[in-house]
Write a protein that binds this ligand. Sequence first.
Ligand code: GLN
Length: 447
Amino acid sequence: EYYLDNIERHNGRLNAFLEVWPDEARAQADAVDAKLAAGTAGKLAGMVIGLKDVLAYKDHALQSSSHILDGFKSLFTASAVQRLLDEDAIFIGRQNCDEFAMGASNETSYFGPVRNALDEERVSGGSSGGSAVAVQADMCLASIGSDTGGSVRQPAAFCGIVGFKPTYSRISRYGLVAYASSFDQIGTLTRSVDDAALLLEVMAGADDFDSTVSQREVPAYSQLLEPAPHYRIGYIRDAVERPGLNPEIKGALERTLDELRGQGHVVDAVDFPYLDYMVPTYYILTTAEASSNLSRFDGVKYGYRAPDATDLASLYKKTRSQGFGPEVQRRILLGTFVLSADYYDAYYTKAQQVRRLIKEKTDELLRQYDFLVLPTTPTTAFRLGENKKDTLAMYLADIFTVQASLAGVPAVSVPAGNDSQGLPIGLQIVSGAFREEHLLAFAKSLT
Ligand code: GLN
């Protein structure tokens, strides 16, 4: 009732939820109460959760905040979502996001932007903007989002909460709408690192419906949050010195590094020679994968169908022209171009090679160091509309989050105070693959 009441009061302005399920949530809560009384309640009993509009939940609308999925209802439930239900989570509603998770400000949503609760003239970040603001404004305890190149970490940083993306393949992607399949991961937006660990523990692990998911055993992450006394920590020299990095974010990072040194950790500057290649590599590969993944939306199988089509070709063209927004169309075109016969080697193959270099160097650093510490974002939450017209500026703002996505390693953004205008600053910690228990224990010690 507390969360429903907050939604009632704030969602009209903030636009974080596209749909709320009060009756179902109450029924789930009653069922959980009964289980608690009987002593049979699951690990998440009473945890009120919102779902980003990219996660399949049977018989519920699923739209990826796109016009092209108007009226579509999911026929099955995502594996990760089912695991939350099985542990007695309570689902409260479906959350706004950038269209097909393409964006960093929630301004590409067909349903309009989400507003940052700390300053309603500013963006929530994206693409999991609704999921971040829902937690920020206390409209649910935790949100489940997705992160392809920063989509849980960046809005978490803009909203002053914890955003966590696990190792690629740690959580099944079955039932997650595909954007760029070799990058996509389900992630969490929470107030605490403990909640992130608990949700990971419930969602992670082998799944017959996703052949790419890791078969590794799932540690009891929530019980493993005790940090070690000494870590080796690296920070990328050029990232800290980067022009365009907000000086207050730089200051927060430097202060944290100094404190860590003071606590006896080894803190070293490291060289990472590929910083300038990360955003281009990410956008070539993700748009290529997106152009293929989004070809299924053709007006025949799902959602919206153009009413004025005259034959099959015109059905495809009109449905896709009317159904996809401008950012999604731009990415389909870019992805189709880089995959076309004449340009494949020049762009797609080259980007795959650069991804390999980025991954190898990142893995090497993460063998030498327990963690890399980076800013999450170059700026704090910007004004609505400020970057909307400048696509390249919006892409370049992903500079610090795409490394973990290109390398497939886990990363978490934790709140690190506010700037002089009171806007939240996020710091990002990255660890080697499948070292989530260490990553989360360290992250917790910073909060
Ligand atoms: N801003 C990045 C993009 O638009 C990341 C989005 C995401 O992680 N889904 O691709």
